[in-house]
Structure formats: structure tokens, C-alpha cells
Design a protein around this ligand. Structure first.
Ligand code: BGC
Ligand code: NOJ
Length: 815
């Protein structure tokens, strides 16, 4: 069952009813100001950091779901009122449509002949969101309408806001410039904050409110505010308690008349010594914010800003466009997967409808992997991200597991010792170099632990990443796992017996025994990448050393990391095998099999074939590939969080989508195009749109997890949007299945596509040159014959063209 449809020409998903199985959201904003907006107009906004600079209060796990925060109310003169986005009033609308677009959402509805079209977006380079509300009277008589806007302000630090009520009920402060239609939220501005929020309206106000209780009335919910019911604002000024922003605008609409109202919610900073005006007062200095407000309360300016946003996305997406026989592939690669990659790049795992914005900052391994799907879009931002991440690396080569986006400093509460973390930096940097050829990044001086005095060139950070693993090998010569590797829930040194103790930060074992075959694979992969960089820098000895270490590790994996039919997963703290036929539960895991093959281990000796066949036999389901089997049926203290989940969910044998592209890529390395594409299609959100009642999450983006075959709700997705699935699937389909792969020396074209595809074409902008690629299948295999601008070229890499070339034509024959 579907709840809408894809409008590919408009690059929108059109939701046709408001009561989707879960809130289906969109992200607005790209650099500093971010907003989440659901298909019923809910969600919240923040400046840079969802924890430390939150503008809108939001209650997770609320009932009804996704209510409060942000709302619009319309009221007719007979007292009937409704929400044009359906929530929070939830009166039945005669028409409803929500267009989820790239960086904007437009919700259009009709109730008793009044059409409301609300477009929400964040203009490029601005720290504000615009709501453009178009009202049309589709009835005969002229109509008097009241419009009420609503924002519930968060007192900035979202954690404190939800916990420290004895203080917070006293601190709230606002200013209202009624004539200008602007409500200013200035809690804590009197003391150490030099930022405030504003909520502005383009129309003359009939009234306003800034105190929640006055707006709602005592013991009333968002669906029945007394002010809306009575049709008159209370003109309340918040003194402590819960500051809100609500404007009341009265409009009379003639039959057929259209009126547009603009609301602007924004964040603004003043220089510390110019906070107040007059200086000795406590009144906000509004000199620098006023021009911004007036600019975006102007219809023409808003229209221009919206057009610029559209143009921006056209240009981002035009970097890679593919035309394959499969509409789901085209739609995801050309629009939605790329879009999701930008969102994960921006927010890592910090703020979604499943991530509270309080719990997590930017993950070290997460953000490095996110680069894989983003680096081609805005390389300059990828470059900065790499430098920010590397600056949180520790002198040992280890890394803080997370950093706060606002401060960019490593997060002490979570700490480090996730022993896979450093290796991902090598992959992130190498992806950047392959895309851009900007070798200067390796010379950038980058601090350790954000201490400038410790800075070295970035290249040395990569060397220390490599060394970090070498310095931490276990009894079998495999890498020690530390707190955990990619699988945060395989906590082999945790041994927690205390309810509520964090699996992520508790370590009750020395960590000198438990080893990870996954990190071994990752290390082999990263060492080869690093060796290629060393070659380029003409450090032949070093390159030799990295390759030798990779070879040694490969031998170690073959000797101690092979279970007979598949790759082992790990050795636990007692030296017992994890992911082995010797176990009753957790006999085979996806991660080590994916990563080892991806690193090239076993490609020559049949092990890779065997491992992937085992994955297919034991782990594949019609909804995707589960993480391990058999699922753990009870809690194992020596395994940790993985066994805390009921069977089939999350890391305990859920379809943890992030891992599936590793298997897709591994299959392509063996030349299995049908199998790789088959796996790709099973978790492709667009493909799954037809079973939205089962999948339940948004059909336009990947979710972290789909419940596995042991779960009662097999096929149900959770944790949409912020997942490494986005970047890895983008890499799997574009670079390995379609085979358009940036390398250090040029664009490689090595498709491993399904046997029944006649071919495909693509346009890829790479290092400033537009490649027009046409792939034609003439046989069933993957052998590539390449012609570049009509000239045969040996191998499968189109060499970098001469300076000044703008377009290159590549013809590929697959046989
Ligand atoms: C989740 C993991 C996540 C970890 C760290 C665990 O509860 O299952 O997927 O990586 O928390 O936040
Ligand atoms: C989600 C985390 O963000 C990621 O870092 C981790 O690799 C996976 N969960 C698996 O546990």
C-alpha cells in the first residue's frame, strides 16, 4: 500500500494523506540553520547543534505523535477552526497534499473552501526558516479568516530545557515589537548568551501571544487553544514559564482571492559588546537583525530565495545523473539517495525523529563514512569536515568517538577506544583525494585533541591511524576490538550486570584479548588505500610497508579469522570465537564477511565465493540481509548490547541496512551483478514504497534498520534518515554496480550490472569535466572495452583529460 507517489519531474515525494504510519519528515537548511518538518507541519529547528542551540521545543515520544513545536491554525468567523497541516487540531480536511522537496516542504489543504498552501524552507546561507502561507477563498461569499501562528521556544540547551524546571520556569524572556510584527525570544540573553531568536510576520497583527498558558488556556492541549477558540489573542508577555511565539492576523478574502502571509523564524547573534541598545539597557540591539527580517518578509525576495534553492539543488544533482532500465535506481541515485547523503553529511547521527539531538554529536566513524556519498557534491565542505574530524584525533592515532558540532571538540562523555575509528579517516581522506585530486589537504597542519601545539600534517594523522591498529594486536595477531568496532553493540570488554549502565562507555575487561576480524578486514582495505597515497607521494618504502602489513593481516585472517565456510566475526574476552559454527547462536555475521571480501581477502582462493554464498544462505531475506544468525535469544554478558535486543531487531539480527551495501560491493568484486543488484533492490526505499504499510518509514530515504526474520514485524523499518546506509548504498550502486568510480588517476568505468540490462547511460561531472558515459551490453559478462572520445583506451580508467577540456565522451562495451 502507498501513501503517496513520486513526482520525479518535480523531484518531490507527494504524500496524499496526513495520517502516515509514522511522521514522514524532511530536512530544511544546509549549513548552519536546520529544521525538521513533518508531513503534518511538526518538528523543530536549531542552529548548528541540536542540543546546544535549539530554537523550538520538541517532545519526543509524545502522544499524539509529533504534536507541538510548530503549528498554524485557521479560524472562520463562525468559530470553526482547523490546522491546515492537519495537526494539531486534526479536523478532517477535504483536500490534503504534502510535497516533500529538496530543502523544502509544501503542504496544501482545503477546509470549507479555504485553500492553504504553506511552503517551508531555509534560504541558502541564512539562519532562518520561511513559512510562505498562501490562502485562497474557493467559496462564493467573502470570508473573514483569522490566522494564528505558533512556535514553542526551547530555552536553547535542549537537555537542560527538558530537565531543569526549577530554574527554567523562571528564566524565559521575550520582547515584542507589535508594530513590526516581531516576537523576540531572548532567554539568557541578559547573561552569557549573545544570540536570540525572532519570529516575524509580514502582516499587521490583530494580536500576539508569548506565554503558553495564556495561548492554550489552563489544562488545554495544542488542538484546542483558547485563543484560537475565542478568535482573539491575549497579547501575553512571557515572564518565565514557557515562552511561545504566536501571531494573530485577520484577513478578509473575496471569492477567489489569494493572500500570502509570510512568517520568518530565525536565529541571530550580536557581537558581545553590542548586545544591548541603548548599551546600558537590557533591550536587544536589533540594528543588524532588522534588515534581515525585512528582507525575508518581502514576497519578491522570498520568491527569489526559493528559486535559488531550487537552482542550487539542480546544480548539486547534475554532478551525477544516471539513466538505467530501473526507475527505482534512477530515482534514488538521481534524487533521493544523493539528497539523503547531504543530510547525513550535515547531521551525522545527531538529530532526527529517532535521534533526540541531545544524545549524540558527530560520530568519527559515521562522519568519515558519510563523506563517501557526499564528497562529489561540495568537496570544499568535505575538506573542512575531514580537517575537523582529524583535529579530534588523539596523539595515539585513536579518536574521540564523537564531537559536538558547535564546539568541534571531542566529546569526553563518550570518549574513545572504539578501535575501528581511526581506519575510517584513511578511507574518508582517500575518497576526497580520488574525487578532487587536491593533494594539498595532506599538508594541512591539523591538531590532535584540538591542541594546536600538537599539530602535524594531515598525512601524519593517517600514518598514526595505521599505526594505531598495528600497536593493538591480540593473541592471534588480529586487531584488538577495544570498546567495540563498527558494531557498537558487540561489547566484548563490557561485561555489564548493572541495569541502565551504558554499553557504550562501560569497560570491565582489560581489552587485551578480544579481537575483531572486521577491523582486520578494514585495516587491510585502509592500508592498501594508504599505500596508494604513499606511492603518489613517492614514498616507496612506506607504501611497501603498508602493503606488507596488509598482506600479513590477510594471512592472519586466513589462519585465524576463517571459520571453514565464512569469516569469523571476533574472539571474545575469553578467547572464544564469535560468529562461528561452534556457537549455537550468532554463528555467522554479515560485517566481517562483507568487509573482508571488500578488502580483497579470499578473492583468489575461493573463500570470498564461499563466504558470500554462506551470507546468502543464512542471512538473506526478501527484505534485506540480516546482521547475524541465529539471533541471540537471551542476554550474554560477554557479548553486551547485541544480545540486549529482542531477536530480529537492531544489531541482534535486524536488517542493519548499512551493512548490506558491503555485501553488494563484495558481490560485484566477484562479478555477480545480478546478486549485487538483487540485494540493492531489496532495501531500495523506492522499491519498498509499494509496501509502505509494512515498511512504515518514509519511502524516499533509507532507514537504519528493517526488522529481521526473527522479529514479529519482519520488514518494518525504524530510525529513518540518519544512517551510514545512505553513503554506502550510494557508493555501492554508483561506483560498484554502475561502476562509475573516481580513482587517483582518473574516472574508472567498470560496471557489474544485471545480465538482462542492455546497458545504461550516465552523466558525471568529475574534476570539472563532464563525462558522458554510454554503456552497452553485448555479452553476459563484465569485461570492459573503453573508448574515450572515440579512441580505444587500455584498461578501464579514462585518464584525466588535458587542461581546458570540458566534455568527454566515454563508450563502454560490456561483454
Ligand atoms: C545502538 C547502535 C548505536 C549505539 C551508539 C546503540 O544503542 O543499537 O546502533 O550505534 O547505540 O549510540
Ligand atoms: C549506529 C552508529 O551510528 C554507527 O556508528 C554504528 O556503526 C552502527 N550503529 C552499528 O552499531
Amino acid at each position: 500500500m502507498r501513501y503517496g507517489y513520486f513526482d520525479d519531474n518535480a523531484r518531490e515525494y507527494v504524500i496524499q494523506r496526513p495520517d502516515t504510519p509514522l511522521p514522514w519528515i524532511n530536512y530544511l537548511g544546509e549549513e548552519d540553520y536546520f529544521a525538521m518538518l513533518s508531513n503534518t507541519g511538526g518538528g523543530y529547528s536549531f542552529y548548528r547543534d541540536a542540543r546546544l542551540r535549539r530554537l523550538i521545543r520538541y517532545r519526543y515520544n509524545n502522544v499524539p505523535a509529533d504534536s507541538g513545536g510548530r503549528a498554524l491554525y485557521l479560524r472562520l468567523s463562525d468559530g470553526d477552526f482547523w490546522s491546515p497541516a492537519w495537526q494539531p487540531v486534526r479536523k478532517s480536511l477535504s483536500a490534503y497534499e504534502c510535497r516533500v522537496g529538496l530543502g523544502y516542504t509544501r503542504i496544501t489543504s482545503t477546509y470549507r473552501g479555504i485553500q492553504c498552501e504553506a511552503t517551508y524552507f531555509v534560504p541558502l546561507d541564512q539562519t532562518l526558516e520561511v513559512w510562505r502561507v498562501k490562502l485562497t477563498n474557493q467559496t462564493d461569499p467573502s470570508t473573514n479568516l483569522s490566522v494564528f501562528s505558533l512556535i514553542e521556544f526551547c530555552l536553547w540547551d535542549a537537555w537542560d530545557d527538558q530537565t531543569n524546571f526549577q530554574r527554567n520556569f523562571n528564566t524565559g524572556e521575550v520582547e515584542v515589537d507589535e508594530a513590526a510584527g516581531v516576537i523576540y525570544h531572548k532567554t539568557e540573553y541578559r547573561e552569557r548568551r549573545d544570540h536570540f531568536a525572532y519570529f516575524a510576520c509580514s502582516e499587521p497583527l490583530a494580536g500576539f501571544d508569548t506565554q503558553r498558558e495564556k495561548f492554550l488556556g489552563a489544562y488545554r492541549g495544542w488542538h484546542e487553544p483558547i485563543v484560537v477558540e475565542q478568535g482573539a489573542s491575549a497579547n501575553s508577555i512571557a515572564h518565565g514559564w514557557q515562552p511561545i511565539g504566536s501571531h494573530h492576523v485577520k484577513v478578509t478574502l473575496q471569492p477567489g482571492e489569494l493572500r500570502t502571509i509570510l512568517f520568518v523564524l530565525g536565529y541571530h547573534e550580536n557581537p558581545r559588546d553590542q548586545k544591548f541598545d541603548p548599551p546600558e539597557s537590557q533591550t536587544i540591539n536589533k540594528r543588524t537583525v532588522k534588515p534581515i527580517i525585512s528582507r525575508y518578509l518581502n514576497l519578491a525576495n522570498v520568491a527569489t530565495a526559493f528559486a535559488e534553492l531550487k537552482k542550487h539543488w539542480d546544480s548539486l544533482l547534475s554532478i551525477l545523473q544516471v539513466y538505467t532500465p530501473d526507475e527505482h535506481t534512477n530515482r534514488m541515485v538521481n534524487i533521493w539517495n544523493a539528497y539523503q547523503c547531504l543530510i547525513t553529511f550535515n547531521l551525522s547521527r545527531s538529530a532526527s525523529f529517532y535521534e533526540s539531538g541531545i544524545g549524540r554529536g558527530m560520530g568519527f566513524r559515521d562522519s568519515n563514512q558519510d563523506l563517501l556519498g557526499f564528497v562529489h557534491m561540495v568537496p570544499a565542505r568535505a575538506r573542512q569536515r575531514i580537517l575537523d574530524l582529524a583535529a579530534t584525533q588523539l596523539p595515539t592515532g585513536g579518536a574521540y568517538h564523537q564531537y559536538q558540532p558547535l564546539t568541534k571538540h571531542g566529546n569526553n562523555d563518550v570518549g574513545g577506544n572504539f578501535n575501528d575509528d581511526p581506519a575510517w579517516l584513511i578511507l574518508g581522506v582517500s575518497a576526497y583525494l580520488k574525487e578532487t585530486g587536491d593533494w594539498s589537504i595532506l599538508d594541512e597542519l591539523v591538531p590532535y585533541d584540538n591542541k594546536v601545539e600538537l599539530a602535524t600534517p594531515l598525512y601524519e594523522h593517517l600514518q598514526r591511524s595505521f599505526q594505531y591498529t598495528i600497536d593493538r594486536l591480540g593473541l592471534h595477531g588480529l586487531p584488538l576490538i577495544g570498546r567495540a568496532d563498527w558494531n557498537d553493540c558487540l561489547n566484548l570488554n563490557c561485561f555489564s550486570e548493572e541495569p541502565g549502565e551504558s554499553f557504550q562507555t562501560t569497560t570491565n575487561r582489560e581489552g587485551t584479548v578480544a579481537e575483531s576480524v572486521f577491523i582486520a578486514g578494514l585495516f587491510v582495505l585502509a592500508s592498501h588505500e594508504l599505500a596508494d597515497l604513499a606511492d603518489h607521494l613517492q614514498h616507496a618504502d612506506e607504501a611497501q610497508r603498508y602493503r606488507a602489513a596488509a598482506d600479513r593481516m590477510e594471512e592472519t585472517v586466513k589462519a585465524h579469522g576463517w571459520d571453514g565456510d565464512w569469516f569469523l566475526r571476533a574472539y571474545d574476552a575469553l578467547g572464544h570465537k564469535v560468529g562461528s559454527h561452534e556457537r549455537e547462536e550468532g554463528r555467522i555475521f554479515i560485517e566481517s564477511n562483507g568487509m573482508c571480501v571488500l578488502a580483497g581477502i579470499g578473492l583468489q582462493d575461493g573463500r570470498a565465493e564461499q563466504a558470500l554464498a554462506a551470507v546468502n544462505e543464512h542471512l538473506a531475506t526478501p527484505h534485506g540481509i540480516v546482521l547475524q544468525q541465529p539471533a541471540y535469544s537471551r542476554y550474554y554478558v560477554h557479548l553486551g548490547e547485541i544480545s540486549s535486543y529482542p531477536p530480529g531487531y537492531k544489531e541482534n539480527a535486524g536488517i542493519f541496512c548499512h551493512t548490506n551495501p558491503w555485501i553488494m560491493i563484495a558481490e560485484t568484486l566477484l562479478g555477480h551483478g545480478d546478486q549485487a543488484f538483487g540485494y540493492y533492490s531489496r532495501i531500495n526505499p523506492s522499491q519498498r514504497e509499494a509496501i509502505s504499510e509494512v515498511h512504515r518509514c518514509e519511502p524516499y530515504v533509507y532507514a537504519q534498520m528493517i526488522a529481521g526474520k526473527d522479529a514479529a514485524t519482519h520488514g518494518e523499518a525504524k530510525n529513518s534518515w540518519l544512517t551510514g546506509t545512505a553513503a554506502w548504498n550510494f557508493a555501492a550502486i554508483t561506483q560498484h554496480i554502475l561502476g562509475i568510480q573516481p580513482t587517483l588517476t582518473g574516472l574508472k568505468i567498470a560496471p557489474v550490472i544485471p545480465t538482462d540490462w542492455p546497458g545504461f547511460s550516465a552523466k558525471r561531472v568529475y574534476r570539472g569535466v563532464t563525462y558522458h558515459i554510454a554503456v552497452k551490453r553485448v555479452g553476459k559478462g563484465n569485461a570492459v572495452t573503453l573508448k574515450v572520445d572515440g579512441q580505444p583506451v587500455a584498461g578501464n580508467v579514462a585518464p584525466l583529460p588535458s587542461q581546458g577540456t570540458t566534455d568527454v565522451k566515454i563508450d563502454v562495451v560490456l561483454a
